[in-house]
Every structure is written in structure tokens, then in C-alpha cells.
Ligand binder design. Structure first.
Ligand SMILES: [Zn+2]
Ligand SMILES: [Zn+2]
Length: 325
């Protein structure tokens, strides 16, 4: 018969693990930040297609010397940017300051905020065109959005002419310069060099590496594990990577084939990160929900963290909307 000690030991270990995981997640809760010249990563949206009120559609901001660079424009992107101003004090993310953006691929969960990003900052007074870099098709998507909102433009132009509005009067601020890219350096200015690398998803897709004066940041977009991601990072400062849990996949056999070809499990990401060796690994676009009431089938964040920490010994965090790193 086992002693009481032997019976309780597993319980103590499980409790200790839960405490560590809960502490890790709580440590991620962040206060407002003060203005800084250092590069900041602001997670504007860490979600995926489901309409999760706690996780906006995929959108990430890299802020360097008061300039904002976005990756993807999922649902809610402009309002999350304003939330980063209001709740985190990051004035670089005032909607009128949003003017350079990189798109990983043209799936709707990553692009459904595009009209918002074109028109809302313009109405609010953006004076310069939006510069958009992305795969083949981004030019067509842009042209179709302008066509779809023709009535809005005609109506607002008339009203601006009548001086009914004091803002939104800068025609340049409604323009978009859409650039269709290939792998390699796609953008460079005084703050940042941005390099695109191919990823493996259901369509033409890219990840991006940002080199700033103080950091190197790699973001995966949606992808199967690729050598290109490992090569893009190679000891980088921060890797932001998508991930699916085994726990969720266990409940969704219908998703197995698709996931095996086009996404990344915790086991695969642990392997990839062990080779890429980022100082910090941020999990985003994960198969989780922060609250069971939103989606009881999706994995709890602490379970995602447990899956990663049992497989990967590096520094890893579960990204949450409006986290700043
Ligand atoms: Zn996606
Ligand atoms: Zn996708």
C-alpha cells in the first residue's frame, strides 16, 4: 500500500506547476509604459478567425523612435491601436500615425481590418498615404476596397467642401501605395530594416524580420514550421510565432490534415525555437480562449503555456492583446 507521502507527492508537484504557470501568466499583466526611444512590440490583436472579444484579429505593432510599423490588419486593428494610446501611453499608435504596414498573407482574419486602416485614420486627419507591403493580390484587394467605398468618398468629399468637417480634409491621407513584394529586404528607413522571408501556408505568404537600432524581431504569420523562420531568427531578440495546442487539436480531428500542412503545433514550435534560439518567444494566433464563456472548446492559456514549457526550456510567454514587450 502506498504511503500518504507517495500519494500526495504528485498532487504537490501539480499544484507547484500550476502556481508557476499562474504566476507566469500574471507576471504578463502590464501597466502603462512611459515614452521611450527603445523599440517596443505592441500586440494589437493576438486572435484568429473566431469572434473573440478578448483577442482582436492578428495585428502587431513595432514602434521605433515614435514611429509605428504594423504587421497585418485583422478585425479591430484601429481601435486596438487607440487603446494602446489610451491604456499604454504609446502615442505613436494614434490612428493618424498609422502609415506603414506589412501583410503576411491575404486570409480574411489578417486583412478584414484593411478598410478600417485606410478610411478611419483619413477621416481623423491622416495627411500622408498608407504604404502597404504584401503578397501578390494586395494591389487588387486595395483597388476593390476603394471601389466598394466609392459612395463614402463622394459623400465625404462634398461635405468637406462645404466645411462641415474640420478633419479628414487631406486627400493624400486617403491614398494607399500598395507594394507587391518578394523575399528579401522590402523596406528600409532611419529606424528599421524589414526583411520578408517565405513561409508555408495555403497561399503566397511571408514572415518578416525587423532590425532596429536595439532589437531584432521576427514574426511568423500563419505557417507550418520552416527552415526560413529559423534562419530569419538565428538568435534574434524576439520571435513572435503562431501555435496550435495538442489539447485543442485533440478535440478537432477535422482540422488535423489542414493543421499538419499549414500551421504549427506546440511540439513543432518547441523544436523550431530550440534551433532559432530567440531571447524571447511570444505565442500568438494560438488556439486558445482567455475565458471559457467565449469558447469552452479552446485551450486555456495556462494549458498552452504548460504544453510549451514541458517541451521548450527557453523564455516563452502567451501573447495577450495590448501586451507591450
Ligand atoms: Zn490566420
Ligand atoms: Zn492564414
Amino acid at each position: 500500500m502506498p504511503s500518504h507521502g507517495a500519494l500526495f507527492r504528485p498532487l504537490i508537484i501539480v499544484t507547484a506547476c500550476l502556481l508557476i504557470l499562474t504566476t507566469s501568466l500574471n507576471a504578463q499583466q502590464q501597466p502603462p509604459t512611459s515614452p521611450t526611444n527603445k523599440t517596443q512590440i505592441v500586440l494589437l490583436g493576438t486572435g484568429n478567425p473566431p469572434a473573440d472579444p478578448d483577442r482582436s484579429g492578428p495585428a502587431t505593432a513595432i514602434v521605433v523612435n515614435g514611429n509605428a510599423y504594423l504587421v497585418d490588419f485583422g478585425a479591430g486593428v484601429v481601435r486596438r491601436a487607440k487603446a494602446a494610446v489610451a491604456d499604454r501611453g504609446i502615442t505613436a499608435l494614434e490612428p493618424t500615425n498609422l502609415r506603414v504596414v506589412f501583410v503576411t498573407h491575404l486570409h480574411s482574419d489578417h486583412t478584414v481590418g484593411y478598410p478600417d486602416l485606410i478610411f478611419t485614420p483619413w477621416v481623423l486627419g491622416r495627411r500622408v498615404p498608407l504604404e502597404v507591403y504584401g503578397p501578390t493580390g494586395i494591389k487588387d484587394m486595395t483597388a476593390h476596397i476603394f471601389e466598394a467605398y466609392r459612395a463614402d468618398f463622394e459623400s465625404r468629399s462634398k461635405q468637406f467642401a462645404e466645411n462641415l468637417y474640420t478633419v479628414g480634409t487631406f486627400p493624400e491621407g486617403r491614398k494607399v501605395n500598395a507594394h507587391e513584394i518578394k523575399s528579401g529586404i522590402v523596406y528600409k528607413d532611419a529606424n528599421v530594416t524589414v526583411t520578408a522571408f517565405p513561409t508555408k501556408h495555403t497561399m503566397e505568404s511571408y514572415g518578416y524580420r525587423f532590425d532596429t537600432p536595439d532589437r531584432s524581431i521576427v514574426i511568423s504569420g500563419d505557417t507550418n514550421p520552416t527552415q526560413a523562420t529559423i534562419d530569419a531568427c538565428r538568435g534574434c531578440d524576439t520571435l513572435i510565432h503562431e501555435v496550435l495546442t495538442h489539447e485543442w487539436l485533440g478535440k478537432r480531428p477535422d482540422f488535423h490534415n489542414y493543421a499538419a500542412r499549414y500551421h504549427t503545433t506546440t511540439t513543432q514550435l518547441a523544436e523550431l525555437a530550440s534551433q532559432a534560439k530567440p531571447r524571447l518567444l511570444i505565442l500568438y494566433h494560438a488556439s486558445i480562449a482567455w475565458r471559457p464563456v467565449v469558447d469552452s472548446q479552446r485551450t486555456r492559456p495556462e494549458e498552452l503555456l504548460r504544453e510549451m514549457m514541458t517541451r521548450y526550456s527557453g523564455h516563452v510567454v502567451v501573447g495577450r492583446d495590448l501586451d507591450v514587450y
